[in-house]
Design a protein around this ligand. Structure first.
Ligand code: ADP
Length: 637
């Protein structure tokens, strides 16, 4: 192809001389412009091999500008001999050469030929440098693509051996090596064995075992540093296993070397370079991550299986429900308790899994305190103790413990206690009667009177205890219930009138926060009086002199809330779950505060017989608050 020359010449005559007189006949393709703007436009639209600029067009400055804008284009400046000083500036700015009038064809062709040679040299250099840069870029892109691919494998593949194979393959491809291997440290023997390989014979893979102590791979384990072997003498890395060049890098997990990733050339003396170490180390990191992930996965899986087998085998039912009311776990025992079909896959919506009313109510009723305990009666008449717990970020857990046997035992015990108590009443009445008669049948001295009084007090205490026991038996059995429409306010008033004495005796202040209007409830007035008497009586007995007792009664969500708060001795956390049990007294009761531990058991039975709930909030040493919730009477038309 013809070489192209751009003439930027103002003077037509000079232009003609150069174009038609010299350059076109010499075989050049010539374009000609006469001002700087057209020159710039022309250079934007086509490319030229050489440009010849007349200083008259834009002075030396134009030449300098063009040289800066097009550094690869050799520029020849036509300038008068007097402009020599400026020419020097132009040369410094990159102008290639000069022509000074008068212009002679030979001189013109000579300078143009030289400019063309320079242009060619520049082109060759630019191409070579481009090729080199492209090579470097291609290698980098390759490297990034390979690392990206391996990175994706690490996260996508669950099978560790597959990931390690991908890593070794990538190491071999990136370094253009003959073979690659991944050695793992066997902690029990202190040896390295081959876990993954590329182009290594299967027999060698299976039998390869080298000690850490005096081998090249072992050195990497010992020092934690990569090894690049690129010397003349072949190295034995195992008997009869010679390599010419190799790279070994450590596999590290939490600062501990657990293996070695290596590439090697056995046949040819193909060199490895330092620049190979970084990508192989990156691959080794990927392998370490995959190994660590596999360990973690394995140990979580073991833990999960352990938990699963515990949950499957325990005799207690366990149900877990998330914040969206989805059952996420129900162990076989829980499923069996509620006849939940095994085929229902979890997670599933609560009502699709369970239909037991009491269970659904337990889960759906809002509770303020956890763990919340309640007894549930199953359809097959078994009774379970359900404990509801709130676990942050998981949801509600319900553990169910079969207490049918204990309930039965409790019933037998109660029957026994009732019978015995009943049978004890007549002899006690006889004792009391005869003790009272003693005084009438003959004179007695002061000491004897004192003894008689003690006998009387003791017999009365026993009688009270027996009455409580009989009451409890009757309440639990649901006997003697006479339910009518009644006002809690009236009951409270009667109760307070009776307790005035003990209140004043201890100088306790009473604050009543009773709503002016309270709807009636449908209940047994004698029993509900017992509830109020017991709670107020306890508040008085367990308060210190001068304390304050607050009694609250109000309506909330169609329920009566009755609450007795005191600032007495409080109940230790460990005792709180048990204080509603029969005969249970907290560990902090002061010895001279008498009691049988039956009061709260009676309260609980009565409240539950009225479809209500009772619970305690207490801080040891600061006070207690007993809350009773009873449903208000339903309007009947
Ligand atoms: P007791 O006859 O022992 O009072 P209760 O069944 O009424 O039996 O109460 C059981 C236990 O609960 C008591 O022994 C006491 O330890 C604790 N208790 C009950 N009410 C209160 C209260 N208001 N303050 C502190 N402890 C209380």
């Amino acid at each position: 192809m013809d070489n192209t020359i751009l003439l930027i010449i103002a003077d037509n005559q000079t232009g003609d001389l150069l174009d038609r007189g010299v350059l076109t006949p010499a075989g050049f393709q010539v374009s000609q412009v006469s001002d700087a703007t057209s020159a710039a436009a022309m250079m934007r639209s086509s490319s030229f091999d050489v440009a010849i600029v007349e200083s008259a067009v834009g002075g030396v400055q134009l030449a300098i500008n063009l040289a800066e804008l097009h550094p690869a284009l050799p520029l020849i400046l036509i300038a008068a001999a007097e402009e020599q000083a400026l020419m020097l500036d132009a040369l410094r700015a990159g102008v290639f050469d000069f022509l000074t009038p008068p212009l002679k064809p030979d001189a013109i062709l000579d300078v143009v030929q030289r400019a063309l040679k320079k242009r060619q040299r520049m082109d060759t250099w630019a191409k070579e440098s481009n090729r080199r840069n492209t090579d470097i870029l291609r290698r980098r892109v390759n490297l990034l693509e390979t690392l990206g691919k391996v990175g994706r494998s690490v996260t996508a593949l669950l099978e560790l051996d597959e990931v390690l194979k991908v890593v070794v393959d990538a190491a071999v491809e990136l370094t253009d090596a003959e073979e690659g291997s991944l050695l793992m440290l066997d902690e029990s023997t202190g040896e390295l064995y081959m876990r993954a390989a590329r182009n290594v014979h299967d027999d060698l893979v299976n039998t390869f075992r080298v000690p850490v102590s005096d081998t090249l791979a072992g050195e990497v384990v010992r020092t934690g540093k990569p090894i690049l072997l690129d010397q003349e003498s072949p190295q034995k890395i195992k008997t009869s296993y010679l390599v010419k060049t190799l790279i070994y890098v450590p596999l590290e997990v939490k600062g501990r070397v657990i293996g070695v990733l290596g590439v090697a050339n056995r046949e040819q003396q193909k060199p490895f370079h330092k620049r190979h170490i970084a990508p192989i180390s990156a691959l080794a990191d990927y392998a370490s991550i995959a190994i660590e992930n596999a360990h973690l996965f394995e140990s979580t899986e073991i833990e999960r299986k352990k938990l699963e087998s515990i949950l499957t085998r325990i005799e207690d039912g366990v149900i877990v429900i998330d914040a969206n009311e989805q059952v996420i776990l129900a162990n076989p025992m829980a499923r069996a308790m509620f006849q939940h079909s095994k085929s229902v896959a979890l997670p599933c919506a609560l009502e699709d899994c369970f239909t037991h009313d009491q269970l659904l109510a337990l889960i759906r009723d809002g509770h303020d305190t956890f763990p919340y305990r309640v007894e549930l009666e199953l359809n097959d008449e078994r009774v379970v103790n359900a404990q509801l717990n709130l676990i942050p970020e998981i949801g509600l857990t319900i553990t169910l413990h079969d207490i049918t046997y204990f309930k039965e035992l409790d019933r037998i015990k109660s029957d026994f206690v009732s019978t015995v108590s009943h049978d004890l009443r007549s002899p006690l009445t006889a004792i009391l009667g005869y003790v009272e008669l003693l005084e009438r049948v003959g004179p007695i001295n002061e000491r004897q009177r004192n003894f008689i009084q003690r006998v009387q007090t003791s017999v009365r205490n026993i009688t009270e205890l027996i009455n409580d026991l009989l009451d409890l038996g009757r309440i639990e059995a649901g006997f003697n219930e006479r339910k009518v429409s009644l006002s809690i306010k009236n009951l409270l008033q009667y109760s307070l009138e009776n307790l005035r004495g003990p209140l004043d005796e201890k100088k306790l202040t009473l604050r009543l926060e009773v709503a002016s209007h309270l709807p009636n409830i449908f209940g047994d007035s004698v029993r509900l009086r017992q509830v109020i008497d017991n709670l107020l009586g306890n508040a008085i007995r367990y308060s210190s002199e001068g304390d304050e007792i607050i009694v609250i009664a109000r309506e909330e969500n169609e329920q009566i809330i009755f609450r007795v708060e005191d600032s007495g001795c409080g109940i230790p956390a460990a005792d709180r779950p048990h204080i509603f049990e029969k005969f249970y007294r907290a560990s902090n009761v002061i010895e001279n505060v008498s009691g049988s531990g039956l009061g709260l058991a009676i309260v609980k039975s009565i409240v539950e017989n009225h479809q209500g709930r009772v619970w305690v909030d207490s801080v040891e040493g600061e006070g207690s608050a007993f809350t009773v919730v009873l449903p208000i009477e339903k309007e009947t038309n």
